[in-house]
Ligand binder design. Structure first.
Ligand code: ZN
Length: 196
């Protein structure tokens, strides 16, 4: 599948999801067995938040074997996420990677709260715990933004920039075999906005 075909398929899948509220993707036994036998050939890689309202397979009307997904709180991009994307792009040949932020993201809201917190000591204490590592990652790229919607968009865009700096992904992109995009999922309407 080409980059444009993969993008169109995600868009069409999202429109179908919004319209019907159902996932027409295949999860049946025969398909499970076929994929186990023949291996996976997903058409896109989606990096999303772990938020229980953000489920890539449903959002894009995808079944088994169609999306290579990576999820963590705040859809932050670190070494493990980059390594997983390299695997998806280089070994599984996905033509498209989408960093999917979303509205009402708790991790971004926490980062927003901390950015506004002027109590330095409290801020330093908070940054010592693992969950604060997530917030720190988001703050690092969204620090100058003053509302959560802008921060959600900027966090997804920054994720794309990090991925584009990876030599393997950059090479595939330069060869025209891979595109890396940011998008935002509207938790209420179900729509995914591309090209943010
Ligand atoms: Zn989230």
């Amino acid at each position: 599948m080409t980059i444009e075909e993969a993008k169109a398929k995600l868009k069409e899948g999202n429109q179908a999801y919004v319209k019907s509220g159902r996932n027409p993707g295949t999860f049946e036994r025969a398909e499970r067995e076929r994929l186990a036998r023949e291996g996976q050939h997903p058409y896109a890689c989606v990096i999303s938040c772990s938020d229980s309202r953000v489920v890539p397979e449903h959002i894009f009307s995808a079944g088994l074997g169609q999306l290579f997904t990576i999820r963590n709180a705040g859809n932050v991009i670190g070494v493990h996420e980059i390594g997983s994307c390299e695997y998806a792009a280089e070994h599984l040949h996905v033509p498209l990677i989408v960093v999917l932020g979303h509205t009402h993201c708790g991790a971004v809201e926490e980062a927003f709260k901390q950015a506004a917190d002027t109590h330095e000591k409290q801020k330093e204490d908070a940054l010592e715990s693992p969950i604060e590592e997530v917030v720190r990652e988001i703050l690092e790229v969204t620090g100058e933004y003053t509302d959560t919607s802008a921060m959600e968009i900027e966090n997804a865009r920054a994720g794309v920039e990090k991925l584009r700096k990876d030599p393997t992904l950059a090479r595939l992109a330069a060869d025209g075999e891979l595109a890396i995009l940011a998008a935002i999922y509207d938790t209420e309407s179900g729509f995914v906005r591309f090209d943010i």
